[in-house]
Structures are given as C-alpha cells and as structure tokens.
Design a protein around this ligand. Structure first.
Ligand SMILES: NC(=O)c1ccc[n+]([C@@H]2O[C@H](COP(=O)([O-])OP(=O)(O)OC[C@H]3O[C@@H](n4cnc5c(N)ncnc54)[C@H](O)[C@@H]3O)[C@@H](O)[C@H]2O)c1
Length: 300
C-alpha cells in the first residue's frame, strides 16, 4: 500500500510524546514529512518529576529517520506552559497546523477517598492542558484558515470506569471541548476530533491483562494521522482505536415521549420504558438537531 497521506510543509505539536502513544504519533507524522514539536514533561505516570530527556530521545529518533523535530519540556498543565509549547513551534518552524493533545497522567482513587490534589492534578493535565495548548494556536488557525486538533479521550469517561472519577470527568470534558471547538472552527476549516484509545503503554501495562500484547500503541496512530490530514473533512467526532480496530463513539438521543403541559412525575414513571427505548434514536450534530426533533414532536 502506498503512503499517500503526506504532511509536507505541515507542523504538528504532539504533547506527551516522550513515550507511549504520543511517541508513535510523533514518529509517524515525521515519517510522513511533518515537522514536529515533541513535547513531554518527562515525569512519572502520576505526573511527579520531570525532565526534557524523554522528548529529546524521540527527537533523536526522528532525526535518525531523516525527519525534523524539536524537543519541548514544558508542562501542558499551565497557561504559560501551553504558550511556550506553541511558541517553540513558531520559533523552530514558523507555523502550527496540527495539535495532538495527548499528555496524560493517572491518579486513580475510588471517589470516597479522592482528594482535591488528585482531582486537580488530573483535570489540570488532561482537560485544562488541552485548553492551554490549543488556545494560543487557535488564533493562528483562524488567521491561516486551517487547523487540525485531535484530543485524547478515553472509554473511562465515555463508559465510566471504576476508580477514575477524576480521569473520567476530564476525558468526558474533552468530548465537550471537542464538540464546541468543532462548531467554532467550522467556518475557518479547523477540524477538531477526539480518540478513545486502548493500548499497552506504561500507563496501562498492569491493567490490560492477556489482551495487552495485541494492543500495540502504533495501531492507534493511523486514525490520528488521518484525522490530522487536510483531506479529512470530519469534525466533532470521537473514534475508538484499539489493536487495529477503529470505530465511532456517538451520543444518541432517544425519541422519548411528549406529554406537553400534562407532564407529571407519574407520567414520567409510566413512560419510563418508552423514554429509554432506543428505537429511532437520533445522533444530534448540535443543539439545532435536538430542537428540530422537539418541534416535530410538539407539532405532531
Ligand atoms: N494507553 C491506553 O490504553 C489509554 C487509554 C485511554 C486513554 N489514554 C490516553 O492516551 C494518552 C497517552 O497515554 P499513554 O498510554 O501513551 O501513557 P504514557 O504515560 O506513556 O504517556 C503520557 C505522556 O504524557 C506525559 N505528560 C504527563 N504530564 C504531562 C504534562 N503536564 N505536560 C507534558 N507532558 C506530560 C508523560 O511524561 C508521558 O510521556 C493519555 O492522555 C492517556 O490518558 C491511553
């Protein structure tokens, strides 16, 4: 198969690219001709510590392949860090076209034991980190009438995983972020999507059990590369990527029931099965689609 999805002239920022999934994304963008900012704080899975050597090692790998990249060791979790990451792309390559918000940490704890520090650390890196890195690039994207953002969500938020209230909320927050930015970026040719990966990395190697060896992180990268390509028109969607399987997650709305002014707690109880019935559900592209469905029900 020929590799016809090229990135010549494009500049990609991949956060948390010193290892795991981010490293695979960065290497593949570089193989396909993009110039890459390899960002990584270089800390432990829980976010403690830090060193730019992880990012530098991936830059060395890219250079060995004949690609172009620069290392950046700033944290995504502060506004200053986000600005510095985008500035390093401008300083080195004079532009930014693609952002992959991938940096992440874990502070798993059941909800009744969770501390404010465990909540804040996870929200700051995953959710606020995506804001901080994307914000300074957004103005450039609007000006140049082009941009691609890929956020890294997780089935922990989309489906709810025990012991990860902080992480699941951050990852589901990224779905809202993705959908709002998709709406705001539409007229500027800025496409914003998310992935929900499953892969064997240092973050998950103790959790995946016997399936781990089929969940190669490089099998997640192709959907990221496609979503980052200028030929991809999709925006506002979330893709599951695991072991070479790609599928779409979506938010559906059931037809439900309409009682108008006669609605009471008792009619809700009586209608419960119909309210939850998935027959003829819709997948709203935005609030207007929900209003369109309501208008039909009200006028029926
Ligand atoms: N591996 C999976 O199965 C899986 C599943 C769902 C979601 N994810 C998400 O995929 C992303 C990548 O995770 P991974 O599995 O490759 O784990 P990983 O630990 O190998 O990679 C995460 C990287 O982010 C870096 N990082 C952490 N905090 C940072 C910060 N403040 N600033 C910059 N870099 C920082 C780390 O140093 C690390 O290199 C994460 O967002 C993770 O939540 C992974």
């Amino acid at each position: 198969m020929t590799a016809d999805l090229g990135f010549d002239g494009k500049v990609a920022i991949v956060t948390g690219a010193g290892g795991g999934l981010g490293r695979e994304h960065a290497l593949e963008f570089a193989r396909r001709g993009a110039r890459v900012v390899v960002n990584d704080l270089g800390g432990a899975v829980d976010g403690s510590g830090g060193s730019v050597t992880a990012a530098e090692a991936v830059v060395a790998e890219i250079e060995a392949l004949g690609g172009e990249a620069v290392a950046n060791g700033d944290s995504v979790a502060t506004e200053a860090g986000g600005k510095a990451i985008v500035q390093s792309a401008i300083d080195a390559f004079d532009r930014v076209d693609i952002i992959v918000n991938n940096a992440g940490i874990l502070r798993d704890k059941t909800f009744h034991k969770m501390t404010d520090a465990e909540l804040s650390a996870v929200i700051d890196v995953h959710l606020k980190g995506a804001f901080y890195v994307t914000m300074p690039a957004w103005t450039l994207f609007r000006e140049q009438g082009y941009g691609r953002v890929i956020n890294t969500s997780s089935n922990s938020g989309l489906t709810g995983n025990f012991g990860q209230a902080n992480y699941g909320a951050a990852k589901m927050g990224l779905v809202g972020f993705t959908r709002v930015l998709a709406a705001e970026g539409a007229k500027y040719n800025i496409k914003v999507n998310a992935i929900a990966p499953v892969a064997k990395t240092r973050m998950t190697e103790d959790l995946l059990g016997p399936m781990a060896d089929t969940l190669n992180p490089e099998f997640v990268t192709p959907v990221v590369v496609y979503l980052a390509h200028e030929s991809c028109e999709t925006t506002g969607s979330v893709y599951s990527a695991a072991g070479g399987t790609i599928a779409r997650y979506f938010i559906g709305l059931t037809q439900g029931t309409h009682r108008g002014a006669d609605i009471t707690a008792e009619t809700v109880r009586d209608d419960w099965d119909a309210i939850n019935d998935e027959t003829d559900y819709i997948v709203p592209g935005g609030p207007a689609d929900e209003f369109g469905k309501l208008m039909k029900q009200w006028n029926a």
